[in-house]
Design a protein around this ligand. Structure first.
Ligand code: GLV
Ligand code: MN
Ligand code: MN
Length: 411
């Protein structure tokens, strides 16, 4: 059969994106669907309805990961696509959701064209990719590939004190299927770039070569509360000051290292958080990323040395907890080259590029050939309600996904 003219229905795909974005909608076109909340449940239920309507056989595992499978002529491991539908608290409507819904669109196009593939095709969405409520990020896909024990994941406590396991039960997504042993033939994820590169270069498709390494830590700084008016500066053990010093150092360190090094203090809580009291406790997070593992380690070591000095100088105690640590992940050359070739064949401009964000595909890369397709993000904005990708670019990305999956499922 000649598949050259096969194309996605962009109207239908945009309708599903907009429909899903209604669940957990927040002002400014954004979405707040933190993992395992009632909003996440509503989103999951909606996607499952669509999967069922497409006749996919559905598998839900003990981590709440959902896989919908369309059989092939030959039974066996599926060619898989997918992503996540959880969002950060201030999320947009494309991050993750696009990859899942484009997968459903691909299935529907094949169904309507009456095309059966040699190997099965699967669309998955993985629990808690964002890590915004429960660390680490990509937790669902990590457990899916056997990189974290299910029991350990269930015990993870979120920013609101709730546990993963109890929340999964509460929303009815603690499934029965086993984790860590589902064979996958290969994995391709469509995602918005979330950065400025494609737009700046007027390129439609990114063939993602690798994902940078991620290091997340939480620091608790303990000082001593005292009166803001009467305590001489030299006698203070100010946890708030120390936290601010860490934030400044993270920024200076990234500037000093240059290259791909980035560093962020994204969460900071002070106690007692009052205008006239020297803070006795600060809890803050540091997010470091680099495409080079040795440089990422150097950043961690430099911050650690800074914390030792700071602790001695200010008389504060600093303890740390690792929230996430993933080395840089290269994608499979066959998939990268496949994205490039498919994009060119369809008439889209394409370039190879790294990913600055973490993705489920980097976990799937542990068990099968994996790769990603990026489409431009307006202004490079993401993890913000202003996240936007044009329907034309979404259509292009989904068409690349359609042709990649169809080809891989026939190969
Ligand atoms: C997760 O998606 C991240 O990159 O922060
Ligand atoms: Mn994402
Ligand atoms: Mn994200």
């Amino acid at each position: 059969m000649n598949l050259e003219h096969l194309r996605v229905d962009i109207g239908r795909l945009m309708d599903r994106i907009d429909d899903l974005a209604e669940l957990g909608a927040i002002g400014g076109n954004g979405v707040c669907r933190l993992a395992l909340t009632p909003e996440d449940k509503a989103g999951r239920d909606r996607v499952l309805d669509w999967m069922r309507a497409l006749g996919l056989s559905i598998r839900i595992d003990g981590m709440g990961n959902v896989v919908g499978v369309r059989p092939g002529r030959t039974p066996g491991p599926p060619v898989m696509t997918g992503s996540h539908i959880d969002t950060v608290r201030t999320g947009g409507r494309y991050d993750g959701n696009l990859g899942v819904l484009a997968g459903l669109e691909v299935i529907q196009v094949l169904d309507e064209a009456g095309i059966e593939t040699e190997h099965p095709l699967a669309v998955a969405f993985f629990t808690n990719e964002e890590g915004a409520r429960f660390a680490p990020d990509m937790m669902g896909s990590l457990v899916f590939v056997g990189g974290m024990d299910l029991d350990v994941a269930h015990e993870v406590v979120g920013i609101d004190g709730r546990r993963v396991g109890e929340c999964l039960t509460e929303i009815g997504y603690l499934g029965e299927a086993a984790c860590g042993q589902y064979p996958v033939r290969c994995f391709v994820e469509l995602h918005v770039e979330q950065g400025p590169v494609l737009e700046a270069e007027s390129i439609t498709i990114g063939a993602v070569e690798r994902v940078q390494g991620i290091s997340w830590s939480e620091y608790t700084i303990r000082g001593f509360s005292n009166h803001a008016g009467t305590t001489p500066m030299r006698l203070r053990k100010d946890a708030g000051y120390a936290a601010a010093a860490v934030a400044c150092e993270v920024r200076r360190l990234a500037a000093r290292m240059g290259g791909d090094q980035v560093g962020t203090v994204g969460a900071l809580n002070l106690k007692p958080n009052l205008v006239n009291v020297v803070p006795n406790e600060a809890v803050l997070t540091v997010d470091f990323r680099n495409t080079d593992e040795a440089l990422l380690r150097a950043a961690e070591a430099q911050l650690s040395a800074f914390l030792d000095t700071l602790s001695a100088q200010e008389g504060v105690e600093i303890s740390s907890r690792r929230l996430a640590r993933f080395e840089p992940v290269p994608f499979h050359e066959t998939v990268i080259a496949g994205v490039e070739r498919t994009a060119r064949d369809l008439g889209y401009s394409v370039r190879r590029m790294p990913s600055g964000a973490g993705h489920d595909a980097q976990m799937l890369a542990r068990i099968c050939p994996a790769g990603m397709i990026f489409v431009p993000s307006a202004g490079g904005i993401s993890h913000n309600v202003k996240e936007y990708t044009s329907p034309d670019d979404i259509e292009a990305g989904a068409n690349v996904l359609l042709h990649m999956l169809t080809e891989l499922a026939e190969a």
